[in-house]
Write a protein that binds this ligand. Sequence first.
Ligand SMILES: [Zn+2]
Ligand SMILES: [Zn+2]
Length: 248
Amino acid sequence: MMCPEHSARCACRDWDYRKFDDKKHTKAKFRSKMLLARLRSGEVPERIYLKDTRPVHKALFEGMTAKGCGYFAGNYRGSRDCLIDYDVTIGFDRRGEVIGTTAASNVAVEMDALHAEISADIKSYFSEQSSEEVAAVEADVSKPAEGDVEAGGGIADGDVDEDTFIKNLDIALEHMVNLMIIHPYANGNGHVGRFLLFCFLSLMGLAVEDWPLDERPPEPYDFFIARFREGFPNELRQFVIEQIIGDE
Ligand SMILES: [Zn+2]
Ligand SMILES: [Zn+2]
């Protein structure tokens, strides 16, 4: 596909941020660490990041773009100039068919829909549920102990509802995978997708130990994503849980 800005060959096609970093990808790695630190410190609330990923993409890749096209960092495919008609395929499926991503012209609409879904899910599964839980714990604690009911039992360590955790993790994974299918950016979608997941985990009070933002997870990660898309969430879910536990 031809870029409308440059009738012949456009230097922005096949943009790869790594070509603008040093060999060890120091810049991208450092920025990833900074971003995660900011998330962990609570300096920027997760909800802000989950509303719009473009500032995250910009923070990661600013200045690592072709000359004159700095807007590649922090803007969707289809949004302007060399990004108009910037369509992307992401390899082949098991039948050898090209896996397409969302057409550039449709990215903004689909991302708006994705963020609307995320906001709705946070409302119904994360914040409201946790404020209900807080209310329940408060009621439990203020209740005078009677019979064999232990006072304050509701806030005991290890009182984690595993079913709720798995349900919420699946919601987060679905949003991450959907972002990767839309593929809103010309490059760096994996970083942004993982960051989205980290934001959800952070909402659940968790941090991944072993899965840096800046590195593509080891195989068979891509296969697990494909399986998730086919309706089999177990492998990807298990993979992420292992990363949360870390090496112990
Ligand atoms: Zn350009
Ligand atoms: Zn161009």
